[in-house]
Design a protein around this ligand. Structure first.
Ligand SMILES: Cc1ncc(COP(=O)(O)O)c(C=O)c1O
Length: 447
Protein backbone atom coordinates (compact mmCIF):
# COMPACT_ATOMS: atom_id res chain seq x y z
CA UNK A 1 0.00 0.00 0.00
CA UNK A 2 2.87 2.37 0.74
CA UNK A 3 4.29 3.88 -2.39
CA UNK A 4 7.88 2.75 -2.80
CA UNK A 5 9.60 4.35 -5.74
CA UNK A 6 13.06 3.06 -6.62
CA UNK A 7 15.07 4.35 -3.68
CA UNK A 8 18.53 3.46 -4.84
CA UNK A 9 18.55 6.65 -6.86
CA UNK A 10 17.32 9.15 -4.30
CA UNK A 11 18.78 11.64 -3.83
CA UNK A 12 20.44 11.83 -7.23
CA UNK A 13 21.77 15.14 -8.48
CA UNK A 14 22.65 15.34 -12.19
CA UNK A 15 23.22 19.07 -12.61
CA UNK A 16 24.45 22.00 -10.60
CA UNK A 17 21.64 23.57 -8.57
CA UNK A 18 19.69 25.27 -9.90
CA UNK A 19 20.15 23.51 -13.26
CA UNK A 20 19.59 25.27 -16.60
CA UNK A 21 15.85 24.48 -16.86
CA UNK A 22 15.31 25.51 -13.25
CA UNK A 23 17.12 28.80 -13.82
CA UNK A 24 14.87 29.65 -16.78
CA UNK A 25 11.71 28.77 -14.86
CA UNK A 26 12.80 30.72 -11.79
CA UNK A 27 13.65 33.77 -13.89
CA UNK A 28 10.11 33.80 -15.33
CA UNK A 29 8.52 33.15 -11.93
CA UNK A 30 10.48 35.88 -10.22
CA UNK A 31 9.57 38.40 -12.90
CA UNK A 32 5.83 37.80 -12.70
CA UNK A 33 4.84 36.36 -9.32
CA UNK A 34 4.32 38.19 -6.08
CA UNK A 35 7.50 39.13 -4.25
CA UNK A 36 5.80 38.17 -0.99
CA UNK A 37 6.52 34.46 -1.54
CA UNK A 38 9.31 33.01 0.59
CA UNK A 39 11.59 30.64 -1.31
CA UNK A 40 14.28 29.11 0.91
CA UNK A 41 16.21 27.64 -2.04
CA UNK A 42 15.84 27.41 -5.83
CA UNK A 43 13.85 24.20 -6.27
CA UNK A 44 11.81 24.07 -9.50
CA UNK A 45 9.57 21.02 -9.33
CA UNK A 46 8.50 18.88 -12.29
CA UNK A 47 6.93 15.90 -10.55
CA UNK A 48 6.58 14.01 -7.30
CA UNK A 49 6.19 10.36 -6.39
CA UNK A 50 5.93 9.15 -2.80
CA UNK A 51 8.64 11.03 -0.89
CA UNK A 52 10.59 11.87 -4.04
CA UNK A 53 10.58 15.17 -5.89
CA UNK A 54 12.06 15.39 -9.38
CA UNK A 55 13.07 18.85 -10.53
CA UNK A 56 12.83 20.21 -14.06
CA UNK A 57 16.44 19.16 -14.76
CA UNK A 58 15.86 15.57 -13.66
CA UNK A 59 17.49 15.92 -10.22
CA UNK A 60 15.85 13.68 -7.63
CA UNK A 61 15.34 14.93 -4.08
CA UNK A 62 14.19 13.25 -0.89
CA UNK A 63 11.27 15.38 0.25
CA UNK A 64 11.00 16.03 3.98
CA UNK A 65 8.64 18.98 3.52
CA UNK A 66 5.59 17.30 1.90
CA UNK A 67 4.79 20.70 0.39
CA UNK A 68 4.53 22.30 3.86
CA UNK A 69 3.11 19.24 5.60
CA UNK A 70 0.41 18.66 2.99
CA UNK A 71 1.03 15.50 0.93
CA UNK A 72 0.07 13.05 3.67
CA UNK A 73 -0.13 10.00 1.41
CA UNK A 74 2.96 11.05 -0.51
CA UNK A 75 3.16 12.75 -3.85
CA UNK A 76 0.64 11.42 -6.36
CA UNK A 77 -0.33 8.26 -4.49
CA UNK A 78 -1.88 6.08 -7.24
CA UNK A 79 -5.07 5.52 -5.25
CA UNK A 80 -5.54 9.24 -4.65
CA UNK A 81 -4.78 9.98 -8.32
CA UNK A 82 -7.34 7.34 -9.39
CA UNK A 83 -9.96 8.79 -7.04
CA UNK A 84 -9.32 12.24 -8.53
CA UNK A 85 -9.51 10.85 -12.08
CA UNK A 86 -12.75 8.96 -11.37
CA UNK A 87 -14.39 11.98 -9.74
CA UNK A 88 -13.19 14.45 -12.36
CA UNK A 89 -14.93 12.42 -15.08
CA UNK A 90 -18.22 12.75 -13.18
CA UNK A 91 -18.38 16.23 -11.68
CA UNK A 92 -15.77 18.98 -11.27
CA UNK A 93 -17.91 21.53 -9.48
CA UNK A 94 -21.47 22.32 -8.54
CA UNK A 95 -21.05 24.17 -5.22
CA UNK A 96 -21.87 22.29 -2.07
CA UNK A 97 -23.20 25.55 -0.66
CA UNK A 98 -26.27 25.42 -2.91
CA UNK A 99 -26.57 21.77 -3.95
CA UNK A 100 -25.99 18.25 -2.67
CA UNK A 101 -23.43 15.76 -3.99
CA UNK A 102 -22.07 12.48 -2.68
CA UNK A 103 -18.36 13.14 -1.95
CA UNK A 104 -19.10 16.18 0.24
CA UNK A 105 -21.83 14.45 2.28
CA UNK A 106 -19.74 11.29 2.64
CA UNK A 107 -16.61 13.19 3.70
CA UNK A 108 -18.63 15.19 6.26
CA UNK A 109 -19.92 11.91 7.69
CA UNK A 110 -16.41 10.41 7.88
CA UNK A 111 -14.87 13.50 9.49
CA UNK A 112 -17.70 13.79 12.02
CA UNK A 113 -17.19 10.11 12.88
CA UNK A 114 -13.43 10.24 13.43
CA UNK A 115 -13.06 13.61 15.17
CA UNK A 116 -12.47 13.41 18.94
CA UNK A 117 -15.53 12.98 21.15
CA UNK A 118 -18.64 10.80 20.87
CA UNK A 119 -21.09 13.68 20.49
CA UNK A 120 -22.84 14.52 17.17
CA UNK A 121 -20.77 16.84 14.99
CA UNK A 122 -21.19 18.86 11.82
CA UNK A 123 -18.70 19.89 9.15
CA UNK A 124 -18.26 23.11 7.17
CA UNK A 125 -15.94 22.91 4.13
CA UNK A 126 -13.39 25.49 3.03
CA UNK A 127 -10.46 25.68 0.61
CA UNK A 128 -7.53 26.39 2.94
CA UNK A 129 -6.28 26.56 6.50
CA UNK A 130 -6.86 30.29 6.80
CA UNK A 131 -10.44 29.88 5.64
CA UNK A 132 -10.98 27.14 8.20
CA UNK A 133 -9.68 29.40 10.96
CA UNK A 134 -11.85 32.23 9.62
CA UNK A 135 -14.89 29.96 9.72
CA UNK A 136 -14.08 28.83 13.28
CA UNK A 137 -13.65 32.46 14.36
CA UNK A 138 -17.01 33.44 12.87
CA UNK A 139 -18.81 30.37 14.25
CA UNK A 140 -17.41 31.01 17.74
CA UNK A 141 -18.66 34.60 17.67
CA UNK A 142 -22.00 33.59 16.19
CA UNK A 143 -22.69 30.80 18.63
CA UNK A 144 -21.52 32.48 21.82
CA UNK A 145 -22.69 36.01 20.93
CA UNK A 146 -19.33 37.08 22.38
CA UNK A 147 -16.61 38.98 20.52
CA UNK A 148 -13.22 38.40 22.08
CA UNK A 149 -10.71 35.78 20.89
CA UNK A 150 -7.59 34.49 22.60
CA UNK A 151 -4.64 32.97 20.75
CA UNK A 152 -1.00 32.25 21.55
CA UNK A 153 2.22 34.07 20.78
CA UNK A 154 4.13 32.13 18.19
CA UNK A 155 0.90 30.81 16.69
CA UNK A 156 0.33 30.69 12.96
CA UNK A 157 -3.32 30.54 11.93
CA UNK A 158 -3.19 31.94 8.40
CA UNK A 159 -3.14 35.23 6.56
CA UNK A 160 -6.69 36.40 5.88
CA UNK A 161 -7.65 39.32 8.10
CA UNK A 162 -9.40 37.27 10.79
CA UNK A 163 -6.80 34.50 10.79
CA UNK A 164 -3.96 37.04 10.67
CA UNK A 165 -5.35 38.78 13.73
CA UNK A 166 -4.91 35.49 15.60
CA UNK A 167 -1.50 34.78 14.05
CA UNK A 168 1.42 35.99 16.19
CA UNK A 169 4.38 34.16 14.74
CA UNK A 170 6.59 36.58 12.79
CA UNK A 171 6.09 40.31 12.74
CA UNK A 172 6.62 40.46 8.94
CA UNK A 173 3.40 38.50 8.60
CA UNK A 174 1.43 41.33 10.27
CA UNK A 175 3.46 44.48 9.58
CA UNK A 176 1.74 46.90 7.22
CA UNK A 177 -1.67 45.23 7.39
CA UNK A 178 -3.26 47.06 10.32
CA UNK A 179 -5.90 47.60 11.45
CA UNK A 180 -6.50 43.95 12.15
CA UNK A 181 -9.62 42.54 13.78
CA UNK A 182 -10.08 44.08 17.23
CA UNK A 183 -10.86 42.08 20.37
CA UNK A 184 -7.99 39.60 20.07
CA UNK A 185 -5.51 38.91 22.90
CA UNK A 186 -2.47 36.65 22.97
CA UNK A 187 -0.95 34.58 25.76
CA UNK A 188 2.36 32.68 25.84
CA UNK A 189 2.53 29.20 24.37
CA UNK A 190 4.66 27.06 26.69
CA UNK A 191 8.08 26.52 25.17
CA UNK A 192 9.96 24.68 27.89
CA UNK A 193 13.26 24.90 26.01
CA UNK A 194 13.15 28.67 25.83
CA UNK A 195 11.32 29.47 29.04
CA UNK A 196 13.32 32.22 30.80
CA UNK A 197 12.74 30.59 34.15
CA UNK A 198 12.89 27.00 33.08
CA UNK A 199 12.88 24.80 36.16
CA UNK A 200 13.23 21.12 36.63
CA UNK A 201 9.73 21.06 38.14
CA UNK A 202 8.19 22.18 34.87
CA UNK A 203 6.01 24.76 36.69
CA UNK A 204 7.06 27.48 34.30
CA UNK A 205 5.13 25.70 31.57
CA UNK A 206 1.89 26.86 33.10
CA UNK A 207 2.79 30.56 33.24
CA UNK A 208 0.50 31.22 30.32
CA UNK A 209 -2.50 29.81 32.18
CA UNK A 210 -1.62 32.02 35.10
CA UNK A 211 -1.29 34.95 32.69
CA UNK A 212 -4.71 34.16 31.27
CA UNK A 213 -6.57 33.84 34.56
CA UNK A 214 -4.68 36.27 36.76
CA UNK A 215 -3.59 38.97 34.35
CA UNK A 216 -5.80 39.05 31.28
CA UNK A 217 -9.08 38.08 32.93
CA UNK A 218 -8.36 40.25 35.96
CA UNK A 219 -7.17 43.44 34.28
CA UNK A 220 -8.30 43.76 30.66
CA UNK A 221 -10.75 41.19 29.33
CA UNK A 222 -13.84 39.82 30.99
CA UNK A 223 -13.94 36.07 30.40
CA UNK A 224 -17.68 36.49 29.91
CA UNK A 225 -16.87 38.35 26.69
CA UNK A 226 -14.49 35.74 25.27
CA UNK A 227 -15.92 33.63 22.45
CA UNK A 228 -13.04 31.19 22.04
CA UNK A 229 -9.47 30.24 22.72
CA UNK A 230 -7.70 28.95 19.62
CA UNK A 231 -4.54 26.88 19.91
CA UNK A 232 -2.34 24.65 17.79
CA UNK A 233 -1.82 21.28 19.53
CA UNK A 234 1.87 21.54 18.56
CA UNK A 235 3.01 24.94 17.39
CA UNK A 236 3.93 24.53 13.73
CA UNK A 237 5.24 27.52 11.84
CA UNK A 238 6.23 28.99 15.21
CA UNK A 239 8.87 26.31 15.77
CA UNK A 240 7.43 22.77 16.08
CA UNK A 241 7.00 23.28 19.81
CA UNK A 242 5.38 20.50 21.82
CA UNK A 243 3.67 21.79 24.99
CA UNK A 244 3.92 19.94 28.31
CA UNK A 245 1.52 17.04 28.70
CA UNK A 246 -1.11 18.81 30.83
CA UNK A 247 -1.19 22.09 28.97
CA UNK A 248 -4.13 21.56 26.63
CA UNK A 249 -6.22 19.81 29.26
CA UNK A 250 -5.70 22.67 31.69
CA UNK A 251 -6.32 25.32 29.04
CA UNK A 252 -9.55 23.59 28.05
CA UNK A 253 -10.61 23.45 31.71
CA UNK A 254 -10.14 27.24 32.02
CA UNK A 255 -12.16 27.71 28.84
CA UNK A 256 -14.96 25.47 30.07
CA UNK A 257 -15.12 27.24 33.42
CA UNK A 258 -15.97 30.49 31.63
CA UNK A 259 -18.18 29.14 28.83
CA UNK A 260 -15.41 29.85 26.30
CA UNK A 261 -15.12 27.59 23.24
CA UNK A 262 -11.89 25.64 22.73
CA UNK A 263 -10.73 25.61 19.09
CA UNK A 264 -7.94 23.26 18.04
CA UNK A 265 -6.14 24.43 14.92
CA UNK A 266 -5.14 21.03 13.55
CA UNK A 267 -4.37 22.40 10.10
CA UNK A 268 -0.75 21.21 10.35
CA UNK A 269 -0.97 18.57 13.09
CA UNK A 270 -4.10 16.84 11.81
CA UNK A 271 -4.70 13.94 9.44
CA UNK A 272 -2.25 11.49 10.96
CA UNK A 273 0.90 13.60 10.94
CA UNK A 274 1.66 13.18 14.65
CA UNK A 275 0.89 9.47 14.72
CA UNK A 276 -2.77 9.98 15.64
CA UNK A 277 -5.53 11.16 13.32
CA UNK A 278 -5.78 14.38 15.39
CA UNK A 279 -2.93 15.57 17.61
CA UNK A 280 -5.30 16.49 20.47
CA UNK A 281 -5.85 12.74 20.88
CA UNK A 282 -2.34 12.55 22.41
CA UNK A 283 -3.70 14.42 25.42
CA UNK A 284 -7.29 13.14 25.40
CA UNK A 285 -8.65 16.65 24.85
CA UNK A 286 -11.94 17.04 22.97
CA UNK A 287 -12.12 20.44 21.23
CA UNK A 288 -15.38 22.26 20.53
CA UNK A 289 -14.19 23.10 17.01
CA UNK A 290 -11.36 21.53 14.99
CA UNK A 291 -9.77 23.35 12.03
CA UNK A 292 -8.36 21.24 9.20
CA UNK A 293 -6.69 21.73 5.81
CA UNK A 294 -3.17 20.79 4.55
CA UNK A 295 -2.97 16.96 4.78
CA UNK A 296 -6.70 16.37 4.44
CA UNK A 297 -6.69 15.78 0.67
CA UNK A 298 -3.04 14.88 -0.03
CA UNK A 299 -2.44 18.08 -2.00
CA UNK A 300 -5.85 19.01 -3.40
CA UNK A 301 -7.07 22.33 -1.97
CA UNK A 302 -9.55 21.59 0.80
CA UNK A 303 -10.16 22.62 4.38
CA UNK A 304 -12.84 21.96 6.95
CA UNK A 305 -14.04 22.75 10.40
CA UNK A 306 -15.65 20.07 12.50
CA UNK A 307 -17.78 21.41 15.35
CA UNK A 308 -20.03 19.94 17.96
CA UNK A 309 -23.48 19.89 16.32
CA UNK A 310 -25.00 22.02 19.10
CA UNK A 311 -22.37 24.71 18.38
CA UNK A 312 -22.78 24.77 14.61
CA UNK A 313 -26.11 26.53 14.89
CA UNK A 314 -25.73 29.23 12.26
CA UNK A 315 -28.68 29.53 9.88
CA UNK A 316 -28.71 29.20 6.05
CA UNK A 317 -26.82 32.06 4.39
CA UNK A 318 -24.79 33.02 7.45
CA UNK A 319 -21.61 31.43 6.10
CA UNK A 320 -20.79 29.64 2.84
CA UNK A 321 -18.18 29.13 0.13
CA UNK A 322 -18.49 28.64 -3.63
CA UNK A 323 -15.58 26.23 -3.92
CA UNK A 324 -15.36 24.82 -0.37
CA UNK A 325 -16.05 21.07 -0.45
CA UNK A 326 -15.16 20.73 -4.13
CA UNK A 327 -16.14 17.20 -5.23
CA UNK A 328 -12.70 16.31 -6.64
CA UNK A 329 -10.98 17.51 -3.46
CA UNK A 330 -13.50 15.58 -1.34
CA UNK A 331 -12.84 12.41 -3.37
CA UNK A 332 -9.09 12.87 -2.77
CA UNK A 333 -9.78 13.38 0.95
CA UNK A 334 -11.90 10.22 1.24
CA UNK A 335 -9.11 8.16 -0.34
CA UNK A 336 -6.51 9.91 1.84
CA UNK A 337 -8.50 9.03 4.96
CA UNK A 338 -8.73 5.40 3.86
CA UNK A 339 -4.95 5.28 3.37
CA UNK A 340 -4.34 6.95 6.73
CA UNK A 341 -6.51 4.40 8.51
CA UNK A 342 -5.05 1.45 6.59
CA UNK A 343 -1.52 2.15 7.81
CA UNK A 344 -0.16 5.64 7.27
CA UNK A 345 -1.04 6.92 10.75
CA UNK A 346 0.71 3.95 12.27
CA UNK A 347 3.64 4.42 9.91
CA UNK A 348 3.91 8.07 11.03
CA UNK A 349 4.09 6.92 14.66
CA UNK A 350 6.62 4.13 14.05
CA UNK A 351 8.94 5.86 11.58
CA UNK A 352 8.52 9.11 13.52
CA UNK A 353 9.98 7.41 16.61
CA UNK A 354 12.93 6.18 14.55
CA UNK A 355 13.52 9.64 13.09
CA UNK A 356 13.30 11.26 16.53
CA UNK A 357 15.74 8.73 17.91
CA UNK A 358 18.27 9.16 15.06
CA UNK A 359 18.09 12.94 15.30
CA UNK A 360 18.60 12.73 19.05
CA UNK A 361 21.70 10.65 18.42
CA UNK A 362 23.14 13.63 16.50
CA UNK A 363 23.01 15.86 19.59
CA UNK A 364 26.29 14.55 20.97
CA UNK A 365 28.07 15.14 17.64
CA UNK A 366 26.77 18.60 16.75
CA UNK A 367 26.95 21.42 19.31
CA UNK A 368 24.66 23.46 17.06
CA UNK A 369 21.71 21.25 17.98
CA UNK A 370 19.92 22.64 21.02
CA UNK A 371 16.90 20.37 21.10
CA UNK A 372 15.09 17.72 19.09
CA UNK A 373 11.35 17.43 19.70
CA UNK A 374 8.13 16.33 18.07
CA UNK A 375 5.51 13.66 17.68
CA UNK A 376 5.13 11.25 14.78
CA UNK A 377 6.42 12.81 11.59
CA UNK A 378 6.22 16.37 12.90
CA UNK A 379 9.74 16.84 14.26
CA UNK A 380 11.66 20.03 14.89
CA UNK A 381 15.37 20.50 15.49
CA UNK A 382 16.26 23.72 17.27
CA UNK A 383 19.68 25.13 16.36
CA UNK A 384 21.55 27.32 18.84
CA UNK A 385 24.87 29.16 18.83
CA UNK A 386 25.52 28.20 22.42
CA UNK A 387 23.86 25.48 24.46
CA UNK A 388 24.08 27.50 27.66
CA UNK A 389 22.63 30.80 26.40
CA UNK A 390 20.45 29.01 23.83
CA UNK A 391 20.96 31.90 21.44
CA UNK A 392 19.02 31.09 18.25
CA UNK A 393 21.24 30.15 15.31
CA UNK A 394 19.07 31.63 12.59
CA UNK A 395 21.70 32.18 9.88
CA UNK A 396 23.23 28.79 10.60
CA UNK A 397 19.76 27.20 10.33
CA UNK A 398 19.26 28.79 6.92
CA UNK A 399 22.71 27.63 5.83
CA UNK A 400 22.06 24.05 6.96
CA UNK A 401 18.78 23.92 5.03
CA UNK A 402 20.61 25.25 1.94
CA UNK A 403 23.39 22.67 2.38
CA UNK A 404 20.78 19.88 2.65
CA UNK A 405 19.16 21.10 -0.56
CA UNK A 406 22.55 20.98 -2.29
CA UNK A 407 22.81 17.34 -1.17
CA UNK A 408 19.31 16.43 -2.36
CA UNK A 409 17.30 16.66 0.87
CA UNK A 410 14.36 19.08 1.05
CA UNK A 411 13.69 20.69 4.43
CA UNK A 412 12.01 23.87 5.66
CA UNK A 413 12.64 26.11 8.65
CA UNK A 414 10.24 26.97 11.45
CA UNK A 415 10.35 29.49 14.27
CA UNK A 416 13.51 31.53 14.71
CA UNK A 417 16.05 28.80 14.38
CA UNK A 418 14.20 25.52 13.93
CA UNK A 419 14.42 22.98 11.13
CA UNK A 420 11.20 21.11 10.45
CA UNK A 421 11.06 17.49 9.42
CA UNK A 422 7.56 16.99 8.01
CA UNK A 423 7.88 14.32 5.32
CA UNK A 424 5.01 12.55 3.59
CA UNK A 425 3.66 9.87 5.92
CA UNK A 426 4.81 7.12 3.50
CA UNK A 427 8.51 7.32 4.33
CA UNK A 428 10.21 4.29 5.82
CA UNK A 429 13.17 3.85 8.16
CA UNK A 430 15.65 3.88 5.29
CA UNK A 431 14.36 7.30 4.21
CA UNK A 432 14.65 8.54 7.79
CA UNK A 433 18.26 7.27 7.99
CA UNK A 434 19.12 8.91 4.66
CA UNK A 435 17.66 12.24 5.76
CA UNK A 436 19.50 12.17 9.09
CA UNK A 437 22.81 11.27 7.39
CA UNK A 438 22.48 14.21 4.97
CA UNK A 439 21.44 16.56 7.77
CA UNK A 440 24.47 15.49 9.79
CA UNK A 441 26.77 16.07 6.81
CA UNK A 442 25.29 19.52 6.32
CA UNK A 443 25.89 20.36 9.97
CA UNK A 444 29.49 19.17 9.60
CA UNK A 445 29.98 21.39 6.58
CA UNK A 446 28.92 24.37 8.63
CA UNK A 447 31.57 23.73 11.24
C1 LIG B 1 -1.64 25.64 12.11
C2 LIG B 1 -1.95 26.36 10.83
N1 LIG B 1 -3.12 27.02 10.70
C3 LIG B 1 -3.45 27.67 9.58
C4 LIG B 1 -2.59 27.71 8.51
C5 LIG B 1 -2.96 28.44 7.26
O1 LIG B 1 -3.20 27.52 6.22
P1 LIG B 1 -3.25 28.02 4.71
O2 LIG B 1 -1.87 28.40 4.31
O3 LIG B 1 -3.78 26.82 3.97
O4 LIG B 1 -4.20 29.17 4.66
C6 LIG B 1 -1.35 27.05 8.58
C7 LIG B 1 -0.40 27.09 7.48
O5 LIG B 1 0.78 26.85 7.61
C8 LIG B 1 -1.02 26.35 9.78
O6 LIG B 1 0.14 25.71 9.93
Amino acid sequence: MLLRPNKSNVPLLRTELPGPQARALIECDERYTSPSYTRAYPLAVAKGEGAVIVDVDGNRFLDFTAGIAVCASGHCHPRVVQAIQRQSEQLLHMSGTDFYYGPQAELARRLAEVAPGPMPKRVFFTNSGAESVEAAFKLARYHTKRQHMIACYGAFHGRTMGALSLTASKVTQRAGFAPLIPEVSHIEFPDCYRCPRSTSTGDCCFDSLDQLENTLFRHTVSPAEVAAIIVEPIQGEGGYIVPPADFHGRLKAVAEKHGILFIADEVQTGMGRTGKMFAMEHWGVVPDIVCLAKGIASGMPLGAIIAKAEIMDWPPGSHASTFGGNPVSCAAALETMALLEEGLIENAAVVGDVLLDRLNQLVSQHPLIGEVRGKGLMIGVELVRDRITRQPATDERDAVIQACFERGLLLLGCGNSGVRFSPPLVIDEADAETAVAIFSEALNELR
